[in-house]
Design a protein around this ligand. Sequence first.
Ligand SMILES: *Cc1c(COP(=O)(O)O)cnc(C)c1O
Length: 463
Amino acid sequence: MSRSAHPAGPRHADVLPEGRSAAPADDLNALDPKVWARTVGRDADGVVTVGGLPVTRLAEEYGTPAYILDEADFRERARAWRTAFGADADVFYAGKAFLSRAVVRWLHEEGLNLDVCSGGELATALSAGMPAERIAFHGNNKSPEEIERAVRAGVGRIVLDSFQEIVRVAHIAESLGRRQRVQIRITVGVEAHTHEFIATAHDDQKFGIPLAGGQAAEAVRRALKLDGLEVIGIHSHIGSQIFDMSGFEVAAHRVVGLLKDIRDEHGVELPEIDLGGGLGIAYTSDDDPREPHEIAKALTEIVTRECEAARLATPRISVEPGRAIVGPTAFTLYEVGTIKPLDGLRTYVSVDGGMSDNIRTALYDAEYSVALVSRTSDAEPMLVRVVGKHCESGDIVVKDAFLPGDLAPGDLVAVPATGAYCRSMASNYNHVLRPPVVSVRDGAARVVVRRETEEDLLRLDVG
Ligand SMILES: *Cc1c(COP(=O)(O)O)cnc(C)c1O
Protein backbone atom coordinates (compact mmCIF):
# COMPACT_ATOMS: atom_id res chain seq x y z
CA MET A 1 0.00 0.00 0.00
CA SER A 2 2.34 2.72 1.22
CA ARG A 3 5.20 0.96 -0.57
CA SER A 4 3.97 2.00 -3.99
CA ALA A 5 5.35 5.08 -5.67
CA HIS A 6 4.26 8.38 -4.26
CA PRO A 7 1.23 9.72 -6.11
CA ALA A 8 3.07 12.92 -6.86
CA GLY A 9 6.02 11.08 -8.39
CA PRO A 10 7.25 11.92 -11.89
CA ARG A 11 4.81 9.61 -13.65
CA HIS A 12 1.88 10.48 -11.47
CA ALA A 13 -0.27 11.98 -14.16
CA ASP A 14 -0.50 9.15 -16.65
CA VAL A 15 -1.96 6.17 -14.83
CA LEU A 16 -4.97 5.41 -12.74
CA PRO A 17 -4.22 3.38 -9.63
CA GLU A 18 -4.55 -0.34 -10.15
CA GLY A 19 -7.87 -1.92 -9.36
CA ARG A 20 -9.70 1.36 -9.54
CA SER A 21 -12.28 1.48 -12.25
CA ALA A 22 -11.79 4.26 -14.76
CA ALA A 23 -15.52 4.54 -15.35
CA PRO A 24 -17.61 7.21 -13.66
CA ALA A 25 -20.59 6.21 -11.53
CA ASP A 26 -23.90 6.08 -13.41
CA ASP A 27 -25.20 9.09 -11.55
CA LEU A 28 -22.71 11.59 -10.17
CA ASN A 29 -25.46 13.20 -8.10
CA ALA A 30 -26.14 9.97 -6.19
CA LEU A 31 -24.73 9.68 -2.67
CA ASP A 32 -23.64 6.14 -1.82
CA PRO A 33 -24.92 5.44 1.71
CA LYS A 34 -21.87 3.23 2.22
CA VAL A 35 -19.52 6.22 2.35
CA TRP A 36 -21.76 9.04 3.55
CA ALA A 37 -22.99 9.69 7.09
CA ARG A 38 -26.45 8.29 7.71
CA THR A 39 -28.49 11.49 7.74
CA VAL A 40 -26.99 12.77 4.48
CA GLY A 41 -29.36 13.36 1.58
CA ARG A 42 -30.32 16.00 -0.99
CA ASP A 43 -33.13 18.52 -0.60
CA ALA A 44 -35.61 19.57 -3.30
CA ASP A 45 -33.07 22.05 -4.72
CA GLY A 46 -30.42 19.35 -5.00
CA VAL A 47 -28.37 20.72 -2.11
CA VAL A 48 -26.86 18.06 0.14
CA THR A 49 -28.21 18.12 3.67
CA VAL A 50 -26.98 16.48 6.85
CA GLY A 51 -28.80 16.35 10.15
CA GLY A 52 -31.55 18.27 8.34
CA LEU A 53 -29.27 21.19 7.40
CA PRO A 54 -28.17 22.21 3.89
CA VAL A 55 -24.41 22.33 3.42
CA THR A 56 -24.74 25.74 1.79
CA ARG A 57 -26.03 27.13 5.07
CA LEU A 58 -23.33 25.34 7.06
CA ALA A 59 -20.69 26.82 4.75
CA GLU A 60 -22.15 30.29 5.12
CA GLU A 61 -22.31 30.09 8.87
CA TYR A 62 -19.10 28.20 9.69
CA GLY A 63 -16.94 28.75 6.62
CA THR A 64 -14.93 26.23 4.64
CA PRO A 65 -13.09 23.98 4.92
CA ALA A 66 -15.00 22.39 7.77
CA TYR A 67 -15.47 18.89 9.11
CA ILE A 68 -19.19 18.22 9.42
CA LEU A 69 -19.95 15.51 11.97
CA ASP A 70 -23.29 13.68 12.12
CA GLU A 71 -23.96 13.25 15.83
CA ALA A 72 -26.90 10.88 15.39
CA ASP A 73 -24.79 8.64 13.18
CA PHE A 74 -21.90 8.68 15.65
CA ARG A 75 -24.18 7.72 18.51
CA GLU A 76 -25.85 4.98 16.46
CA ARG A 77 -22.56 3.41 15.47
CA ALA A 78 -21.19 3.61 19.02
CA ARG A 79 -24.39 2.02 20.32
CA ALA A 80 -24.29 -0.69 17.66
CA TRP A 81 -20.82 -1.73 18.83
CA ARG A 82 -21.90 -1.61 22.47
CA THR A 83 -25.01 -3.70 21.78
CA ALA A 84 -23.21 -6.16 19.51
CA PHE A 85 -20.64 -7.03 22.16
CA GLY A 86 -23.11 -7.07 25.05
CA ALA A 87 -22.53 -7.09 28.78
CA ASP A 88 -19.72 -9.64 28.77
CA ALA A 89 -17.37 -7.49 26.72
CA ASP A 90 -16.07 -3.93 26.66
CA VAL A 91 -15.84 -1.53 23.75
CA PHE A 92 -13.07 1.03 24.01
CA TYR A 93 -13.30 3.81 21.43
CA ALA A 94 -9.78 4.63 20.18
CA GLY A 95 -9.54 8.34 20.93
CA LYS A 96 -6.69 8.92 18.50
CA ALA A 97 -9.14 8.55 15.58
CA PHE A 98 -10.85 11.76 16.69
CA LEU A 99 -11.21 13.11 20.19
CA SER A 100 -13.10 16.11 21.50
CA ARG A 101 -15.04 16.73 24.66
CA ALA A 102 -18.36 16.40 22.87
CA VAL A 103 -17.32 13.00 21.54
CA VAL A 104 -16.22 11.91 25.03
CA ARG A 105 -19.65 12.83 26.39
CA TRP A 106 -21.45 10.95 23.62
CA LEU A 107 -19.32 7.86 24.28
CA HIS A 108 -19.97 8.08 28.00
CA GLU A 109 -23.71 8.37 27.43
CA GLU A 110 -23.70 5.44 25.00
CA GLY A 111 -21.86 3.19 27.47
CA LEU A 112 -18.49 2.95 25.73
CA ASN A 113 -15.05 3.09 27.25
CA LEU A 114 -12.14 5.12 25.90
CA ASP A 115 -8.55 4.50 24.81
CA VAL A 116 -6.09 7.36 25.18
CA CYS A 117 -2.42 7.36 24.29
CA SER A 118 -1.04 10.67 25.56
CA GLY A 119 -1.36 13.13 28.42
CA GLY A 120 -3.34 15.42 26.09
CA GLU A 121 -5.88 12.76 25.23
CA LEU A 122 -6.14 11.81 28.91
CA ALA A 123 -6.75 15.45 29.86
CA THR A 124 -9.47 15.76 27.22
CA ALA A 125 -11.18 12.58 28.42
CA LEU A 126 -11.09 13.54 32.09
CA SER A 127 -12.18 17.13 31.47
CA ALA A 128 -15.30 15.88 29.69
CA GLY A 129 -16.22 13.64 32.59
CA MET A 130 -15.25 10.19 31.35
CA PRO A 131 -14.89 8.13 34.54
CA ALA A 132 -11.21 7.22 34.93
CA GLU A 133 -11.96 3.55 35.45
CA ARG A 134 -13.39 3.45 31.91
CA ILE A 135 -10.17 4.80 30.39
CA ALA A 136 -7.31 2.67 29.04
CA PHE A 137 -3.91 4.27 28.65
CA HIS A 138 -1.81 3.18 25.66
CA GLY A 139 1.46 4.10 24.02
CA ASN A 140 4.93 2.74 23.43
CA ASN A 141 6.72 5.53 25.29
CA LYS A 142 4.53 7.02 27.99
CA SER A 143 6.52 9.52 30.02
CA PRO A 144 6.89 9.06 33.78
CA GLU A 145 4.71 12.19 34.19
CA GLU A 146 1.99 10.70 31.99
CA ILE A 147 2.12 7.41 33.88
CA GLU A 148 1.90 9.19 37.21
CA ARG A 149 -1.10 11.24 36.07
CA ALA A 150 -2.84 8.14 34.78
CA VAL A 151 -2.23 6.18 37.98
CA ARG A 152 -3.27 9.10 40.18
CA ALA A 153 -6.42 9.61 38.13
CA GLY A 154 -7.24 5.93 38.59
CA VAL A 155 -7.42 4.80 34.96
CA GLY A 156 -8.98 1.36 34.52
CA ARG A 157 -5.94 -0.05 32.80
CA ILE A 158 -2.53 0.84 31.52
CA VAL A 159 -1.41 -1.20 28.54
CA LEU A 160 2.25 -2.06 29.08
CA ASP A 161 4.34 -1.98 25.94
CA SER A 162 7.93 -2.83 26.95
CA PHE A 163 10.06 -4.41 29.65
CA GLN A 164 11.13 -0.98 30.87
CA GLU A 165 7.55 0.11 31.19
CA ILE A 166 6.61 -2.89 33.33
CA VAL A 167 9.11 -1.75 35.94
CA ARG A 168 8.36 1.94 35.47
CA VAL A 169 4.60 1.63 36.00
CA ALA A 170 5.06 -0.77 38.91
CA HIS A 171 7.46 1.62 40.58
CA ILE A 172 5.23 4.66 40.13
CA ALA A 173 2.12 2.81 41.31
CA GLU A 174 3.90 1.48 44.36
CA SER A 175 5.31 4.88 45.27
CA LEU A 176 1.73 6.21 45.16
CA GLY A 177 0.51 3.32 47.27
CA ARG A 178 -1.54 1.93 44.38
CA ARG A 179 -1.90 -1.36 42.61
CA GLN A 180 -2.44 -0.50 38.92
CA ARG A 181 -4.50 -2.75 36.69
CA VAL A 182 -2.49 -3.49 33.55
CA GLN A 183 -2.62 -5.45 30.34
CA ILE A 184 0.51 -6.53 28.51
CA ARG A 185 0.58 -5.74 24.83
CA ILE A 186 2.12 -8.48 22.79
CA THR A 187 2.84 -8.87 19.09
CA VAL A 188 1.67 -12.17 17.76
CA GLY A 189 3.46 -12.23 14.42
CA VAL A 190 0.42 -11.18 12.43
CA GLU A 191 -0.02 -7.98 10.53
CA ALA A 192 -3.34 -7.25 8.89
CA HIS A 193 -4.12 -4.72 6.22
CA THR A 194 -7.38 -4.46 4.39
CA HIS A 195 -8.01 -7.74 2.55
CA GLU A 196 -5.12 -9.83 3.72
CA PHE A 197 -2.94 -10.52 6.68
CA ILE A 198 0.72 -11.35 6.74
CA ALA A 199 2.06 -13.87 9.19
CA THR A 200 5.53 -12.74 10.12
CA ALA A 201 8.09 -14.66 12.11
CA HIS A 202 9.44 -11.51 13.69
CA ASP A 203 7.56 -8.37 14.47
CA ASP A 204 9.57 -5.58 12.96
CA GLN A 205 7.65 -2.70 14.53
CA LYS A 206 7.81 -0.58 17.63
CA PHE A 207 4.68 -1.70 19.50
CA GLY A 208 4.32 -4.48 22.01
CA ILE A 209 6.44 -7.35 23.24
CA PRO A 210 6.98 -10.20 20.79
CA LEU A 211 5.45 -13.56 21.53
CA ALA A 212 8.38 -14.99 19.61
CA GLY A 213 11.36 -16.26 21.59
CA GLY A 214 9.36 -16.43 24.81
CA GLN A 215 9.61 -12.68 25.36
CA ALA A 216 5.90 -12.15 26.08
CA ALA A 217 5.93 -15.03 28.57
CA GLU A 218 8.95 -13.47 30.26
CA ALA A 219 7.16 -10.10 30.44
CA VAL A 220 4.17 -11.72 32.16
CA ARG A 221 6.52 -13.58 34.53
CA ARG A 222 8.13 -10.30 35.59
CA ALA A 223 4.87 -8.34 35.83
CA LEU A 224 3.20 -10.97 38.00
CA LYS A 225 5.97 -10.58 40.58
CA LEU A 226 5.54 -6.83 41.04
CA ASP A 227 3.35 -5.55 43.88
CA GLY A 228 2.45 -2.36 42.04
CA LEU A 229 0.76 -4.24 39.19
CA GLU A 230 -2.40 -6.28 38.85
CA VAL A 231 -2.08 -8.10 35.55
CA ILE A 232 -5.60 -8.41 34.15
CA GLY A 233 -4.91 -9.57 30.63
CA ILE A 234 -3.15 -9.68 27.30
CA HIS A 235 -3.54 -7.12 24.52
CA SER A 236 -3.05 -7.53 20.79
CA HIS A 237 -3.69 -5.03 17.99
CA ILE A 238 -2.89 -6.34 14.53
CA GLY A 239 -3.39 -3.52 12.05
CA SER A 240 -5.82 -1.08 10.52
CA GLN A 241 -8.55 -0.83 7.89
CA ILE A 242 -9.05 -4.62 8.09
CA PHE A 243 -11.94 -6.38 6.33
CA ASP A 244 -10.81 -9.98 6.64
CA MET A 245 -11.27 -11.65 10.04
CA SER A 246 -8.62 -14.34 9.52
CA GLY A 247 -5.88 -12.15 11.01
CA PHE A 248 -7.90 -11.90 14.23
CA GLU A 249 -8.34 -15.65 14.17
CA VAL A 250 -4.59 -16.24 14.14
CA ALA A 251 -4.04 -13.51 16.75
CA ALA A 252 -6.69 -14.94 19.11
CA HIS A 253 -5.23 -18.42 18.69
CA ARG A 254 -1.80 -17.17 19.72
CA VAL A 255 -3.03 -14.96 22.59
CA VAL A 256 -5.04 -17.85 24.02
CA GLY A 257 -1.95 -20.04 23.66
CA LEU A 258 -0.09 -17.58 25.88
CA LEU A 259 -2.96 -17.54 28.42
CA LYS A 260 -2.70 -21.31 28.58
CA ASP A 261 1.07 -21.18 29.11
CA ILE A 262 0.55 -18.63 31.89
CA ARG A 263 -2.00 -20.88 33.55
CA ASP A 264 0.32 -23.88 33.29
CA GLU A 265 3.34 -22.01 34.63
CA HIS A 266 1.83 -19.71 37.25
CA GLY A 267 -1.52 -21.29 38.04
CA VAL A 268 -3.36 -18.07 37.15
CA GLU A 269 -5.99 -17.58 34.46
CA LEU A 270 -5.84 -13.96 33.32
CA PRO A 271 -9.43 -12.69 33.12
CA GLU A 272 -9.24 -10.44 30.04
CA ILE A 273 -8.18 -10.41 26.43
CA ASP A 274 -8.12 -7.32 24.24
CA LEU A 275 -8.13 -7.83 20.48
CA GLY A 276 -7.50 -4.19 19.58
CA GLY A 277 -9.15 -2.26 16.78
CA GLY A 278 -8.48 -1.87 13.10
CA LEU A 279 -11.85 -2.73 11.58
CA GLY A 280 -12.23 -1.24 8.12
CA ILE A 281 -14.75 1.26 6.75
CA ALA A 282 -15.84 2.17 3.22
CA TYR A 283 -13.82 5.06 1.82
CA THR A 284 -15.13 4.41 -1.67
CA SER A 285 -18.00 2.36 -3.06
CA ASP A 286 -15.55 -0.51 -3.71
CA ASP A 287 -15.12 -1.22 0.02
CA ASP A 288 -17.43 -3.63 1.87
CA PRO A 289 -17.03 -3.34 5.63
CA ARG A 290 -18.67 -5.70 8.10
CA GLU A 291 -21.35 -4.73 10.56
CA PRO A 292 -20.48 -4.62 14.31
CA HIS A 293 -22.77 -7.56 15.07
CA GLU A 294 -20.97 -9.74 12.50
CA ILE A 295 -17.60 -8.72 13.93
CA ALA A 296 -18.75 -9.35 17.50
CA LYS A 297 -20.09 -12.77 16.58
CA ALA A 298 -16.93 -13.76 14.73
CA LEU A 299 -14.53 -12.56 17.46
CA THR A 300 -16.56 -14.08 20.30
CA GLU A 301 -16.76 -17.42 18.51
CA ILE A 302 -13.04 -17.45 17.79
CA VAL A 303 -12.08 -16.71 21.40
CA THR A 304 -14.65 -19.15 22.85
CA ARG A 305 -13.50 -21.94 20.53
CA GLU A 306 -9.83 -21.36 21.27
CA CYS A 307 -10.45 -21.26 25.02
CA GLU A 308 -12.48 -24.45 24.96
CA ALA A 309 -9.66 -26.19 23.12
CA ALA A 310 -7.21 -24.92 25.75
CA ARG A 311 -9.59 -25.76 28.61
CA LEU A 312 -9.64 -22.18 29.80
CA ALA A 313 -12.64 -20.23 31.03
CA THR A 314 -13.51 -17.70 28.31
CA PRO A 315 -11.96 -14.38 29.32
CA ARG A 316 -13.76 -11.05 29.10
CA ILE A 317 -13.15 -9.65 25.62
CA SER A 318 -12.48 -6.05 24.77
CA VAL A 319 -12.17 -4.37 21.40
CA GLU A 320 -10.98 -0.92 20.42
CA PRO A 321 -12.63 0.42 17.28
CA GLY A 322 -11.75 3.98 16.33
CA ARG A 323 -12.16 4.43 12.60
CA ALA A 324 -15.16 2.07 12.43
CA ILE A 325 -17.14 4.35 14.75
CA VAL A 326 -16.16 7.88 13.78
CA GLY A 327 -14.80 7.47 10.25
CA PRO A 328 -18.07 7.30 8.31
CA THR A 329 -19.82 9.92 10.45
CA ALA A 330 -18.09 13.03 9.06
CA PHE A 331 -17.26 14.64 5.75
CA THR A 332 -15.03 17.55 4.87
CA LEU A 333 -16.73 20.45 3.19
CA TYR A 334 -14.54 22.47 0.80
CA GLU A 335 -15.04 25.33 -1.62
CA VAL A 336 -13.61 24.98 -5.09
CA GLY A 337 -11.07 27.72 -5.82
CA THR A 338 -9.46 26.95 -9.18
CA ILE A 339 -9.95 24.40 -11.94
CA LYS A 340 -7.00 23.58 -14.17
CA PRO A 341 -7.56 21.23 -17.12
CA LEU A 342 -4.34 19.56 -18.35
CA ASP A 343 -4.89 18.42 -21.91
CA GLY A 344 -5.12 14.67 -22.30
CA LEU A 345 -4.33 14.06 -18.67
CA ARG A 346 -6.85 15.17 -16.11
CA THR A 347 -8.25 18.24 -14.46
CA TYR A 348 -6.85 19.60 -11.23
CA VAL A 349 -9.49 20.95 -8.87
CA SER A 350 -8.03 23.02 -6.03
CA VAL A 351 -9.96 23.31 -2.79
CA ASP A 352 -9.43 25.61 0.17
CA GLY A 353 -7.82 22.96 2.43
CA GLY A 354 -5.63 19.98 1.63
CA MET A 355 -2.94 17.91 3.31
CA SER A 356 -3.22 20.02 6.48
CA ASP A 357 -6.78 18.74 7.06
CA ASN A 358 -6.35 15.32 5.43
CA ILE A 359 -2.85 13.88 5.38
CA ARG A 360 -4.01 10.32 4.74
CA THR A 361 -3.81 10.48 0.96
CA ALA A 362 -0.22 11.73 1.02
CA LEU A 363 0.78 9.53 3.96
CA TYR A 364 -0.89 6.23 3.12
CA ASP A 365 -1.91 6.58 -0.51
CA ALA A 366 -5.46 6.46 0.86
CA GLU A 367 -8.42 6.54 -1.50
CA TYR A 368 -11.38 8.84 -1.06
CA SER A 369 -14.37 9.86 -3.09
CA VAL A 370 -15.76 13.34 -3.63
CA ALA A 371 -19.07 14.86 -4.66
CA LEU A 372 -20.47 18.20 -5.74
CA VAL A 373 -22.77 19.06 -2.84
CA SER A 374 -24.03 22.62 -3.34
CA ARG A 375 -26.14 21.63 -6.38
CA THR A 376 -26.81 18.76 -8.73
CA SER A 377 -25.53 18.70 -12.30
CA ASP A 378 -26.32 16.80 -15.47
CA ALA A 379 -23.04 17.75 -17.14
CA GLU A 380 -20.73 15.05 -18.51
CA PRO A 381 -18.35 13.58 -15.91
CA MET A 382 -14.76 14.79 -15.91
CA LEU A 383 -11.81 12.95 -14.39
CA VAL A 384 -10.34 15.12 -11.67
CA ARG A 385 -7.67 15.14 -9.03
CA VAL A 386 -8.73 17.13 -5.99
CA VAL A 387 -5.76 18.96 -4.54
CA GLY A 388 -5.22 21.39 -1.69
CA LYS A 389 -3.64 24.82 -1.40
CA HIS A 390 -0.30 23.79 0.08
CA CYS A 391 3.17 24.33 -1.36
CA GLU A 392 3.74 20.67 -2.05
CA SER A 393 2.89 18.65 -5.14
CA GLY A 394 1.93 15.65 -2.98
CA ASP A 395 -0.86 17.78 -1.50
CA ILE A 396 -3.60 15.56 -2.90
CA VAL A 397 -6.96 15.02 -1.24
CA VAL A 398 -8.58 12.68 -3.78
CA LYS A 399 -6.29 11.08 -6.33
CA ASP A 400 -8.81 10.17 -9.00
CA ALA A 401 -12.49 10.90 -9.08
CA PHE A 402 -15.20 12.08 -11.41
CA LEU A 403 -16.99 15.37 -10.91
CA PRO A 404 -19.46 17.08 -13.23
CA GLY A 405 -17.83 18.85 -16.18
CA ASP A 406 -19.53 22.16 -15.35
CA LEU A 407 -17.84 22.38 -11.95
CA ALA A 408 -17.00 26.02 -11.21
CA PRO A 409 -15.11 28.06 -8.64
CA GLY A 410 -17.40 28.73 -5.70
CA ASP A 411 -19.05 25.29 -5.87
CA LEU A 412 -18.97 23.28 -2.67
CA VAL A 413 -17.58 19.77 -2.79
CA ALA A 414 -17.37 17.28 0.03
CA VAL A 415 -15.12 14.33 0.76
CA PRO A 416 -16.94 11.66 2.80
CA ALA A 417 -15.56 9.30 5.46
CA THR A 418 -13.13 11.84 6.93
CA GLY A 419 -14.20 11.40 10.56
CA ALA A 420 -11.15 9.36 11.53
CA TYR A 421 -7.49 10.39 11.38
CA CYS A 422 -8.15 13.68 9.60
CA ARG A 423 -8.78 16.37 12.24
CA SER A 424 -6.73 14.32 14.69
CA MET A 425 -3.76 14.35 12.29
CA ALA A 426 -4.30 17.90 11.05
CA SER A 427 -1.32 20.23 10.89
CA ASN A 428 -0.54 23.90 10.48
CA TYR A 429 1.60 23.37 7.40
CA ASN A 430 1.99 26.68 5.54
CA HIS A 431 0.40 28.28 8.61
CA VAL A 432 -2.94 27.18 7.28
CA LEU A 433 -5.54 27.31 10.03
CA ARG A 434 -7.05 24.01 11.10
CA PRO A 435 -10.76 23.70 10.24
CA PRO A 436 -13.53 23.47 12.81
CA VAL A 437 -15.54 20.38 13.60
CA VAL A 438 -19.24 21.20 13.40
CA SER A 439 -21.67 18.62 14.72
CA VAL A 440 -25.19 18.49 13.36
CA ARG A 441 -28.25 16.81 14.76
CA ASP A 442 -32.01 17.23 14.24
CA GLY A 443 -31.75 20.48 12.33
CA ALA A 444 -29.27 22.12 14.70
CA ALA A 445 -25.55 22.68 14.27
CA ARG A 446 -22.95 23.30 16.93
CA VAL A 447 -19.21 23.90 16.80
CA VAL A 448 -17.47 21.21 18.86
CA VAL A 449 -13.93 22.23 17.89
CA ARG A 450 -13.66 25.79 16.67
CA ARG A 451 -11.69 26.98 13.68
CA GLU A 452 -8.12 27.94 14.44
CA THR A 453 -7.40 31.64 14.12
CA GLU A 454 -4.34 33.68 13.28
CA GLU A 455 -4.34 34.76 16.94
CA ASP A 456 -4.01 31.09 17.92
CA LEU A 457 -0.98 30.79 15.65
CA LEU A 458 0.64 33.95 16.88
CA ARG A 459 -0.01 33.10 20.52
CA LEU A 460 2.38 30.15 20.25
CA ASP A 461 5.00 32.20 18.46
CA VAL A 462 6.48 34.18 21.30
CA GLY A 463 8.65 36.33 19.04
C1 LIG B 1 -5.01 2.74 16.49
C2 LIG B 1 -5.41 1.75 17.50
C3 LIG B 1 -6.74 1.37 17.59
C4 LIG B 1 -7.81 1.87 16.67
O1 LIG B 1 -7.59 1.55 15.34
P1 LIG B 1 -8.76 1.81 14.27
O2 LIG B 1 -8.12 1.41 12.99
O3 LIG B 1 -9.08 3.26 14.33
O4 LIG B 1 -9.90 0.97 14.68
C5 LIG B 1 -7.09 0.48 18.59
N1 LIG B 1 -6.17 0.00 19.46
C6 LIG B 1 -4.88 0.37 19.39
C7 LIG B 1 -3.94 -0.18 20.39
C8 LIG B 1 -4.45 1.25 18.42
O5 LIG B 1 -3.16 1.58 18.36
